[in-house]
Design a protein around this ligand. Structure first.
Ligand code: 5AD
Ligand code: SF4
Length: 457
């Protein structure tokens, strides 16, 4: 469905007259970050200017429900805003995103946080202007609410924070029902965007000077499974590769169970697909993976990791790991450590298992104590940080293509960028190189970043 904002002019008039401002508070994953850029696009198209949480007239919370602590964060922040809402005129509070799809959250907002003005489910952006119009132009007191209807929304205005890197959603929802995960319940079944809509968006971005594209989806390699005609994730990648001006293509997250040989071959032969693959492991124990409903074993995972490294030894791997899944024993956890040692991840997003009501794992007996979970997380972190310098050292003396992103935040005289492996590199440069690809020889490693020198300037 196409996004059409028939309220734009009417809202813009009042927004400009009152000089209304906005602030967006984003929780969670890159899909949410991407949605927030769209809310930014919609708000700015209606004349809103960006401000801070303390001063903004409209505060929009884009919520996540993957782990429990986000709930406490949201309600803490809403509680804080109640004072502003009571004392000041023209304060509007909007809550959108995954959390609003959960009944207990919606009920809590309706009963204890009645001062919230608008609540929208995921994928309901096109009704946002209408709801905002109702709030701005009527004295109605009840919360303006609409549930997710799982429509794909095209042509939503989007404003990227970056001038050279952009993210593009290619598939929404998830069909996998990993036993710990709430996402399939709140984001619905898989819906792939039409290839032509994606290609058009990326072609436009390339013309505007964007060089790096991150393709987003809960499970990107399921892309196209819902099409009548065969058109897969690898077909899409091949078509995106043809777009002039795009130099780096990234994607997240692929699912190991769908990581097939043709994709490895494509990555191997591609000049544009980044030498970094995010491949969520979750656990290294085949027994736990089965309980998690992940549909691959420890060996399957190691096999894909090996194949990728064999395809190109420069490929770096990053991953997601959950510790303390119900029933995870010390032996299971050691299997996870074993995979971490064998693969050598350049980046690990580590999570303590969080019980999500309504999922299958929530009904499993959870014997792992909180202390054990924290201790396992610490051990995992330690192993990862011991490994990292060894991986970084392999890059010293080699030359990598780097997109110059801008000045370093910590040192005025230095510039920063990332290699295809997604490693941060700091180097001497000048403003004329911002947005350009340069060759950088790596001189030294500093755990979270590398230092290098531009070659052939
Ligand atoms: N508890 C902890 N981590 C979780 N994730 C998803 N659900 C849970 C949960 N219930 C993690 C997974 C996923 C990442 C986005 O969040 O590692 O890959
Ligand atoms: Fe959740 Fe699994 Fe789907 Fe990822 S693949 S969103 S972890 S159910």
């Amino acid at each position: 469905m196409r996004f059409v904002n028939s309220y734009q002019n009417k809202i813009k008039e009042i927004v400009e007259e009152k000089k209304l401002t906005y602030f967006i508070d984003t929780m969670g994953c890159q899909m949410n970050e991407n949605d927030s850029l769209k809310y930014k696009g919609i708000l700015e198209s209606m004349g809103f200017k960006e401000s801070t949480v303390q001063k903004a007239n409209l505060i929009l919370f884009n919520t996540c429900c993957v782990r429990e602590n986000a709930e406490n964060t949201l309600f803490g922040r809403l509680g804080f805003l109640k004072h502003r809402k009571l004392k000041e005129d023209d304060v509007y509070i909007v809550v959108v995103g995954c959390m609003t799809q959960q009944k207990h959250i919606l009920d809590k907002i309706k009963t204890s946080y009645k001062f919230v003005d608008i609540v929208l489910g995921t994928g309901s952006m096109r009704v946002f202007p209408e709801k905002l119009y109702n709030v701005l132009f009527s004295n109605k007191k009840e919360i303006e609410y609409i549930e997710n209807d799982n429509e794909i929304e095209e042509d939503v205005p989007i404003i990227y924070d970056d001038k050279y890197k952009a993210s593009v959603s290619i598939i929404y929802g998830c069909n996998n029902f990993c036993s710990y995960c709430i996402v399939p319940y709140v984001r619905g079944r898989e819906r792939s965007r039409k290839p032509e809509d994606i290609i058009n968006d990326i072609t436009k971005l390339a013309k505007e000077g964007y060089k790096e594209i991150m393709l987003l989806g809960q499970n990107v390699n399921s892309y196209g499974n819902d099409f009548k005609e065969k058109y897969t994730f690898t077909d899409l990648l091949k078509d995106i590769e043809k777009i002039d001006g795009i130099e780096v293509i990234r994607f997240m997250s692929p699912h190991p169970k769908d990581f097939k040989y043709d994709l490895i071959e494509l990555i191997k032969n591609s000049k544009k697909i980044a030498r970094q693959i995010h491949l969520p492991l979750q656990s290294g124990s085949t027994r736990i993976l089965k309980e998690m409903n992940r549909k691959y074993s420890k060996e399957d995972y190691l096999n894909i990791a090996n194949k990728l490294k064999m395809a190109d030894p420069e490929i770096s791997l990053s991953t997601d790991i959950i510790v303390g899944f119900p029933g995870e024993t010390e032996e299971d956890f050691k299997e996870t450590l074993d995979v971490v040692k064998k693969v050598g991840f350049d980046q690990i997003y580590m999570f303590i298992y969080s019980k999500r009501e309504g999922t299958r794992a929530a009904r499993m007996e959870d014997k792992v104590t909180n202390e054990e979970k924290v201790e396992r997380l610490e051990r995992l972190k330690k192993l990862y940080e011991e490994n990292l310098p060894l991986l970084n050292k392999k890059m010293i003396g080699k030359t990598y293509k780097v997109l110059v992103e801008g000045k370093s935040k910590t040192n005025e005289n230095l510039y920063t960028g990332r290699t295809s492996q997604n490693k941060v590199v700091i180097f001497e440069a000048d403003d004329s190189l911002i947005g350009k690809m340069v060759d950088i020889k790596i001189d030294s490693e500093h755990l979270w970043y590398l230092k290098g020198t531009i070659e052939n300037r």
